[in-house]
Every structure is written in structure tokens, then in C-alpha cells.
Design a protein around this ligand. Structure first.
Ligand SMILES: *[C@@H]1O[C@H](CO)[C@@H](O)[C@H](O)[C@H]1NC(C)=O
Ligand SMILES: *[C@@H]1O[C@H](CO)[C@@H](O)[C@H](O)[C@H]1NC(C)=O
Ligand SMILES: *[C@@H]1O[C@H](CO)[C@@H](O)[C@H](O)[C@H]1NC(C)=O
Ligand SMILES: *[C@@H]1O[C@H](CO)[C@@H](O)[C@H](O)[C@H]1NC(C)=O
Length: 293
């Protein structure tokens, strides 16, 4: 029954190409010329804002466009350049929280491999304006953390992310005090066990939330990003239930959105969602895929 969710989403879209040894001669990304992974788009006012990593994952760039399907020649703004000794600026997501705009992302520094950070917009009405310096999230939780996102449930905010704390990449959840402060407890929400999520290593990552009829849906990726079978699945929880108890969640058996060998489309992973102009459609999927020829 949960597969019906796919019909509530307008699954058109989108290709942000990562790297593909064979295909670069022929593949043309339909929406943007840059090569990057982990696309995320937020609609603010009358425009869409795409956040991605550029310059060898050292710069966090925002692209602005009134049209979701074209960021080519779009106005851009570098929100943050990582310090020289740092690397792996990954998976940035812009979110509106308590009337302000934030970008959550991952970065590795000299001492710490993959920790989460957040930037705040100086002016919440202008994502192309200046952004604050980064603030480390979970400063006293000393484990790798990537793909952070926000869940809204029962009028409470939760931070949901991926960590290799238990040795395999799994999804964690914790309540948020506010946009920059994550509270306790930190709960292991889901870890990969099924065949579809263990392609070239067991991985659960890239959580993103959509909401429909009092149910919160977490769309997430399973398997390695470099495995052609990288795919999306879903967990969901009804309003009123406590998301910090994993037993309150329902899971879909197997993947929900996966490779299409007939069309040569693979690695259908890391998705984000946004709304259509006028909020006519709540959930338009934005995702990375790879085509091979
Ligand atoms: C914030 O940005 C909006 C949209 O660009 C602009 O109209 C407004 O004047 C800005 N506010 C401040 C305080 O700069
Ligand atoms: C952003 O910061 C630069 C450098 O401080 C400043 O010149 C510019 O006016 C600022 N932009 C906005 C929109 O505040
Ligand atoms: C979050 O709460 C902490 C502790 O009260 C405070 O220091 C911080 O400024 C708050 N951040 C935001 C974005 O409100
Ligand atoms: C959602 O929950 C609220 C509060 O419990 C209830 O009033 C409303 O009817 C529910 N909506 C749907 C579509 O189930």
C-alpha cells in the first residue's frame, strides 16, 4: 500500500551526474552543466535554490532558478569555501527552520572525518545573500556523520542522518532543540540487512522527509553509491507516534525506486523533494541517477 506514495510524488526528474567512466562521452545532464552529487532544492519565494558541492567538493554553491528543470546559466552564489586542510564537502541541504534559512552539510577536517555543520543565511528572504560561518552539529558525538536532514513530526523537529558508528552506514534520529542544537537521545533508526541494500557493501543513507495525510515518510537510499543497484526505499510513521521508537515505524519490503536496465538507468539514489510552483504538487522528486551506454 505504501507504494501508492509514488503516485503522490511527481517523479519526473533529475539527473545530477556523479562520475561514470564509460558514459561521459554521451550523457548530457538535462538540468545543469556541473558535475556533482547529492542534489537538493528548496523553493523560497518564486525561485528554486539548488545546493551542490563544486571544485572538487570544496565549495558549497547555490544555484537560483525560477524553473526547476533548468539551472543552466543560472545565477550562482558560493555560500561557503572549506578551509585548506579540509575536504569532502558533501550533501548540502537548505532548510527553512523557525523562519530562518539554514544549510546542513558534511565536511572532513584535519582531525575529524565527516562531521555535520550548519550555515545560517543572514537574510532568510535572500538565499543568494551572505551566509554565516559553519557551526559544528553534534560537537560531542564523535562519530562520522553525513547526509543530515530535518524531520517535522508532532510539532517537533528531529535531525536524521547517516553514521558508520556501528561499522555499517546506518540511519540515526535525535530531537532538535532548535536549528543548530541537537538534543538526546540519539537513536539508531534503521540499518541495512536486506539484499537490495547491500550491493557492494551494506548502506542506508540519504534520508529525506515528505508528508502526506498525517503520515511522515522517510525516503532513503540503500547500497553503495557506486553500485548500479543503489536504490530508494521508504519508512513511514503516523502522526501521534513517537519517531524515537523504531518499532513505531513501518517499512516497505525491498526498494521503492530502482535501476531500469532496459533504459540503461542505474544508481537511482540519494533523492530530495521539493514543491511545484503554487504548491500544486507537494512532492517533486529530485535525484541523482547515472546513465550508461
Ligand atoms: C532581505 O532580502 C529581501 C529579498 O532580497 C530584500 O527585499 C530585503 O530588503 C532584505 N532585507 C534586509 C534586511 O537586507
Ligand atoms: C555580503 O558580504 C560582502 C562582504 O562583506 C558585502 O560586500 C556584501 O554587501 C554582502 N551582501 C549582502 C547581500 O549583504
Ligand atoms: C539554540 O539553543 C542554544 C541553547 O539555548 C542557543 O545557544 C542557540 O543560539 C540556539 N540557536 C538558534 C538557532 O536558535
Ligand atoms: C490528521 O490529524 C488531525 C489531528 O489528529 C486530524 O484532525 C485530521 O483529521 C487528520 N487528517 C487526516 C487526513 O487524517
Amino acid at each position: 500500500m505504501n507504494r501508492l506514495l509514488i503516485f503522490y510524488s511527481i517523479c519526473i526528474f533529475i539527473c545530477i551526474l556523479i562520475s561514470t567512466a564509460v558514459s561521459q562521452l554521451t550523457f548530457t545532464n538535462p538540468i545543469i552543466d556541473t558535475l556533482s552529487a547529492d542534489p537538493c532544492v528548496l523553493r523560497v519565494g518564486d525561485n528554486y535554490y539548488l545546493t551542490i558541492s563544486e571544485k572538487g567538493e570544496t565549495e558549497l554553491t547555490i544555484y537560483k532558478s525560477p524553473i526547476l528543470t533548468s539551472f543552466r546559466n543560472a545565477e550562482s552564489k558560493v555560500a561557503f569555501v572549506i578551509p585548506p586542510e579540509s575536504r569532502d564537502m558533501w550533501a548540502s541541504e537548505m532548510h527553512e527552520v523557525d523562519g530562518e534559512l539554514y544549510i546542513y552539510f558534511t565536511m572532513s577536517t584535519n582531525g575529524d572525518n565527516h562531521r555535520m555543520y550548519v550555515l545560517k543565511a543572514e537574510n532568510a528572504s535572500n538565499p543568494m545573500g551572505n551566509w554565516s560561518l559553519p557551526l559544528r552539529l553534534l560537537p560531542d558525538w564523535d562519530f562520522a556523520a553525513i547526509d543530515g536532514t530535518i524531520m517535522r513530526h508532532n510539532r517537533q523537529k528531529y535531525f536524521v542522518w547517516t553514521s558508520g558508528r556501528i561499522g555499517t552506514l546506518a540511519i540515526y534520529i535525535a530531537p532538535m532543540v532548535n536549528a543548530t542544537l541537537i538534543a538526546r537521545p540519539i537513536v539508531l533508526l534503521r540499518q541495512p540487512t536486506q539484499e537490495w541494500e547491500c550491493g557492494d557493501g551494506c548502506v542506508n543513507e540519504g534520508p529525506f522527509f515528505i508528508y502526506n495525510r498525517n503520515v511522515s515518510y522517510m525516503i532513503f537510499s540503500g547500497s553503495s553509491t557506486w553500485d548500479p543497484g543503489y536504490a530508494l526505499s521508504q519508512m513511514s510513521i503516523e502522526s501521534g507516534k513517537d519517531p524515537l521508537d523504531p518499532l513505531n515505524w513501518d517499512s516497505v519490503e525491498g526498494p521503492l525506486f530502482w535501476r531500469n536496465d532496459e533504459e540503461d538507468v542505474y544508481n537511482t539514489g540519494h533523492a530530495a523533494f521539493t514543491v511545484s510552483p503554487g504548491n500544486f504538487y507537494d512532492n517533486i522528486i529530485i535525484m541523482q541517477v547515472i546513465e550508461r551506454f
